[in-house]
Each structure stands twice: as C-alpha cells, then as structure tokens.
Design a protein around this ligand. Sequence first.
Ligand code: ADP
Ligand code: ZN
Length: 600
Amino acid sequence: MDYPIHKILNNTFGYKEFRLDQEEIINNVLAGNDSLVIMPTGGGKSLCFQIPALAKSGLTLVVSPLIALMNDQVSALKQLNVKAAALHSNTDIGEKNSVFQAIQNKRLDLLYVSPEKLSTPNFLQYLSTIDVTLFAIDEAHCVSIWGNDFRPEYVKLKILKKQFPKTPLIALTATADKATQEDIKKQLGISDSKTFLSSFERKNISVEARPGLKRIEQIIRFIQKSPDESGIIYCLSKKSCETVEKKLKDYKINAAYYHAGMSSEERNLIQRRFQDDDIQVICATIAFGMGIDKPNIRWVIHYNMPKNVEGYYQEIGRGGRDGEKARALLFYSWADMTMLQRFVDESNASFEFKKVQSAKLDRIWQYSNTLNCRTNFILNYFGEYRSDPCGHCDNCLNPPKFIDGTQYTQMALSAIIRSNEKIGINLLIDVLRGSQKQEIRNQRLDQIKTFGVGRMIPTSHWHYYINQMISQGIIQIDFSDYSRLKKTPLSADVLKNKTKIQLAEFVKREKAKPPKIEKLDLDYTGIDKDLFQKLRTWRASIAKAKGVPAFTVFHDKTLKQIAVSTPTSEIELLAIDGIGHAKLMNYGPALLEIITAHNG
Ligand code: ADP
Ligand code: ZN
C-alpha cells in the first residue's frame, strides 16, 4: 500500500526530510504494529503519531500528562490546518460538545486526552463505538516505577491493549534506561512491539560540569556572555528558586521564578511569557519543563545536582530543540548529594525502590565527577555503547591535565585519621589550610600535626582534589555518620607510598585559555539581522493577536532561514524548512510584504 507520508511531511508540516527513525516508525505504525519509541527531547517524536493520524481515516488518540503541553500541540496543529482537539479537566462543556460532534461527523484526526479522562469507564465505552485507528502514549516512562516520573494514573492505561487488542499503540519517551524500557512494554501490554532507540546524542548541546562553588557569580558571568538568549536554571527547592531569581535581578537580568508553591494561573503566566521571549531566564524546580515546548532555549543550568541521570538528560534536552547550539552547565556538591540521599532515605517508598534511587544517585555523582567524555557516560547509561569521544563536552574540549597528587592525598588522609575520622569535607579543608575558625579551636583541631600543611592550596582546589580522592575510592564519605570522611582499604598503601595517585589539575576557569566552551556560537552566517528582527517583531504581533505561542507561528530557525535567503516568491518560501501549504497561505503574503519593504 502506498501511504503518502512524504507528501504529508512536505505539504502539511513544511519539512523536507524525515529525521532519525521517523520514517521507519511511521511505517511500523501504519502496518498496524505496536511500537516503543525512545528518542531524545527535540528529536521529533510527535510526527511519529501525527503523520499516521493524517495518513489514515479514523481518530488517533493521544495521551499526554500535561494540559499545557496538549494545548500547545493542538494550537500548533490548528495552525497547520490539522483537525485536532483536546479533552481534559479544563475543557468547558461547550467545547466538549463540539469535540464529540466533530468525532461523530468524522471531522477530527487527533484527540489529545489526559490519562484520567481516558481510563474512565464511560469514555472507554464510548471509544468502542467509534473508529479509533491509533493510540499514542506520550511521556510513556510515567507508566513505570523504574522511570523518572512515575504517575499512578498512567498505570490504568494497561486497559487499552486489553480492550482494543487490534488497535496499534505507540508509546513514546525521551527518557528510559534499559530496565524502564522493558517495564513500559510490560505495563502497556506491548511486549512484542518493536523498540526504536534513536541515538541519544544531542550533538548541538555542549555539556559541562563544575564544582558548586560561588555559583551565583559563575552564573552571572555565564548569562552576561549570552545576553539575549533564553535559559532555565534548575534549583532543588522553592526557596532557592526565589533567591537565585532575586540575585539575578540585582544584576538587571530579566528573570522570574517558577515552582509548585505558586498558583497555576501564576505559573501559566510565567511560562507563557517565557515562551514569548518576554522573560529571559526562569529559575525553576523540576516542576517546570515537561509542558514546555520552546524551541529556542539556548542554555540550561543545574544550580543543584539532579537526582538521577534520566532527569538531568531530560532537563538539559529542553535546550536547543530547534537544532541550533545550546549549552548545559551542571553544578555539583557534596551538600546536594547529602540532601538528595536524605530525601531517598526519608521517603515512604519500599526498600527495593530506595535501593534503586540510591544507585541512580551514585551514578549522577559519578557523572558529575568523571574526567572522561560526558556524552559517552550518558549514552552508556542508556544502553547505547560508544567510546569515541564526542567533541562537545568540557572534558573533550579541554581535556584535564594530570598531576602527581600523591602528596596532597597523603595530607588529606593524615588529617582525616588524626582527627579520628570525625570531620566532613569543609572542616577537613579548614584543617589543611590552617583556618583560625572558632570551630577548629573548639575541637582542638589546630593541635594536630597536619594542621595548615596544605595552606598553599586554595579552598576551591582542595574541593576539586578531595572529590577526586573520593571518586577513586581512597577516601569515603559516610552518609550514615553526618557525611564525615573516613579512610578506606585503599588508604594504607597511599600513606605508605606504595601507590601513586594521579589527580586532574585544577584549572582556574578565567585563565584557562582559550575557554572554547564559553562562547555561544550561534550560526548567524549570512543573516540579515535587521530583517530577522523585523520578522520576530511581526511574529510576536501575530502570536498576540491569535493568542498562541510565538513558536507555533514560526520557529526562530524558519525566520532565520528567511533572513538568510530573503525569498521573493511563494515558490521560494515553500523551499524553506517549516513552511508548508497552510503556513504559506496564512502568512506568505505578509512575509513577502515585509521582505519587499525591507529590500526597499
Ligand atoms: P520531541 O517530542 O521528540 O521532543 P517534537 O516532536 O516536539 O520533539 O519535535 C521537535 C521539533 O522538531 C518540533 O518543532 C518539530 O516540528 C521539529 N521536527 C520534527 N521532525 C522534523 C523533521 N523531519 N524536519 C524538521 N523539523 C522537524
Ligand atoms: Zn565528550
């Protein structure tokens, strides 16, 4: 059978080619098979069910966990003249009626619903009376307790395959390790389905991790280097979202905070303004992001360490969805690690669950501290084994230089042992540096032999080195004893000079030349910046008038291409990625008018 899927891609969506596994996935769906799709954020998962929805008659039902996300997708689809609608707790009765009317008249291709709505007996009964061609489960990792964001209401989706065994089902997620992938299939009853695992590498994102010292100063310097670019700063608590926001505002940075303590109206407003480029920086808890589809986020900073690699990768994946360059910067510290470990220990979860969470926490800590390619660390984590360096992480771009750190390690170990293994990392550094703090004198730590022997090494360097000693297993951090530092079975040989210890040298960031990764190198080659600005202003006015997010009118990327090639006819406009028939009809004349006026 010949499905016109390329035609739909070109004419409706305005895209020239399929990406990653899109075509193969779409064909699998159209052949009536179930599929599990693991594709990184921004990879283009939505087309994998939107195109089949248009290629076949009948209704495609999309389950999505967040109302904001549904509404954005529906309004983006409507702009393309696709017949789509959403049903959720905020849909009013009039709208509801017209949705059902449209289904009855076979005038709807895609219906987005919340999992709660879908699993009600009435709704399931109703579905059996109409022609459903496909079920699409977005954010499918929510169905698994091994996943990163388990949602009990997703578990009920089991019923779909039981009640409609012949209707194909496609489950999509950007975040699932091996165990979670298997569990999703089991939970949804699609064990025999094909798994499409696209490469998780996001080549346009450069990743970096730094010890969490003087974070605010570092962040401000970072933002000042890319003054007009949108970014997200993820914090662990509501309070730190607010403090970070306040500090940024002191530096005249256009920032806002976002967390679960705010009303949903407040949150929606902030999100909308961020999407419309009205707010540059959002300081948020992880409550922010799942519902956000903003293609031009240029950087993501983790002010605190995330609780696992899945969460981290999903969060940084919100950067650079338009395929242009983006940066991810992670700050890590023992304080975060200790706090996250406490969250796990104090939760009401089962012993088994806590064990998994602790192991995941260990892995993100190893990631933070690795001196090898970070991208490979992540790919290996997700089961995509590779050892060639990525060339876009800090360790690849500025490989660490190693020094003989045996003596430093001996100093640290000796201070730990002489203080009877009763001190944590900060106090240890105080002892090594000969600090005059009251606490030191109270505990008579100034009396021990190693007091002040590491005076010549700055505090930040000590942090960096001690972390490495811990990662190498020469020192351990005892979470069950106030995170005090202790010796390990490997310590003795170091003290006896039997093993040599290599440490990556601390490089002061400002002096590290050239700081290749510091430059946000957007590709503006050949662009008429003036025209680009005019197009953005025009887009903002259209978005406002229509009450839709700006990116659903056009992506930055599309406007940029226009500002490079300055098309003067409809045919030329159609050649641009992101302009299909509907967009040409709606906006073509306005675009050509702007370009002509600009060319004068
Ligand atoms: P995901 O859900 O995987 O995070 P989306 O489906 O939202 O990603 O797609 C990310 C962006 O890429 C969207 O703006 C989408 O329109 C665009 N996109 C998807 N497929 C293609 C393609 N084949 N060519 C060009 N752009 C695409
Ligand atoms: Zn790398």
